[in-house]
Ligand binder design. Sequence first.
Ligand code: MG
Length: 217
Amino acid sequence: MGQSTARYKAIIDSREQKRTNREHIREDTMPATILHADLDAFYASVEQLLNPDLRGKPIAVGGGVVLAASYEAKAFGVHGGMSGRKARELCPQIIFTGGNFAEYQRLGDAAIAVLHDFTPAVERISIDEAFADVAGCTHLFGSPEAIAATIRRRVREELGLPISVGVAGTKQLAKIASQVAKPDGLVHVAPGTEMDFFARPAGRAHVGRRSGHRTQA
Ligand SMILES: [Mg+2]
């Protein structure tokens, strides 16, 4: 092998090595970029927002069936889908209220609009929840976790509503993470920690949560 050929081969080898390193790095540090944002106890939270007298009290939206229960009512075991009779049994002081559907729609739209300020890649799946893929906007707004924290802060400050966000590598996992984050929390499932996330004992499900407004449950 001539000297110039050897030099050429060395250059090719080093390029190849750099490319391999880059791919290796990309694979190892690929951030989890899927957010699932879900307003907490949505209809009940809106009712408490509209009527300060209802704040801090166990309330339910609905009548024959509970459509949504405030966290104060959930503490008694009341939950959405339950009959109103059962809810009154569990929590005799529960206040049934609601019906401000135009406000639910307006505030749900406004919360989803906050996601659209970060990325057009928003997939709304109900009045109060949506997925957002922030892969294309981290260079502008920071890490997916930072974006999730900003979304939570903005929805709280601009709309007066609590919203939980899960951040993960897939939609399914992001949705589970947002449910674990509730109420009013943020859970980030870092790449490579998915199995740890599932293996956690139930009582320690909030390890790793970042909550701006609430200490660990
Ligand atoms: Mg919700």
